[in-house]
Design a protein around this ligand. Structure first.
Ligand code: VGL
Length: 189
């Protein structure tokens, strides 16, 4: 098989100190850096939330399920990949969500190329997914990967989740989709 590591949204705003910090984000960034240096994959890519005006995805009174404080706004430091994520192994970075919510990395593009096309052009048939947040963008990215026909593994031990109920629902959905799950996510809230 040809494997790509897909690093989901390990950005400043989703890590400690960010505007939508997920507890354990920095730990995830460091763990993924170690994973990337271990090798055992043909390609590695990252996705970023990349908002300009995503409409009702942002709210002054967020519910932290469907609406959120402002985060990952283009032109701010919050949109950048966290400095503890070592980027030398990354082949490309895919951006999503300019004008609407986009939880799945398969909605993201890099230099005009959607993620699925980029992977298929390189013969990738297996993806190993990790990042932030377990219950939102990791979940959506993994479900899309499986639906699109990629053999899909989620490194839960290299994810952090927003909240227990939505993490539990995500684990069930991933399992129901036949996705291989490794380890347990960080959930501290
Ligand atoms: C995410 C909440 C809002 C994520 C993105 O990357 O999981 N979560 N926007």
């Amino acid at each position: 098989m040809t494997t790509a590591v897909v690093v989901v949204d390990v950005q400043n705003d989703f890590c400690e100190g960010g505007s939508l910090a997920v507890a354990g984000g920095v730990e995830v960034a460091r763990g993924i850096t170690a994973r990337l240096s271990d090798g055992g994959f043909e390609h590695a890519v990252a996705t970023r939330d990349h908002h300009i005006d995503p409409g009702p995805h942002f709210s002054a009174t967020p519910d932290y399920v469907d609406t959120w404080p402002q985060h990952c706004v283009v032109g701010t430091s919050g949109v950048a990949l966290h400095p503890d994520l070592e980027t030398t192994h990354l082949d490309a970075v895919f951006d999503k969500g300019e004008y609407a919510a986009a939880y799945s990395g398969f909605e993201a593009i890099s230099g005009g190329t959607p993620l699925a096309d980029w992977l298929r052009e390189r013969g990738v048939d297996r993806v190993e997914i990790m990042g932030i947040a377990t219950d939102h963008c990791v979940r959506a990215t993994a479900l899309d990967a499986a639906r699109l026909g990629f053999t899909t593994v989620v490194r839960l031990d290299l994810t952090a989740g927003v909240a227990r109920p939505t993490v539990d629902a995500a684990l069930q959905a991933l399992q129901d989709a036949g996705i291989e799950l490794i380890g347990a996510p960080i959930v501290r809230t």
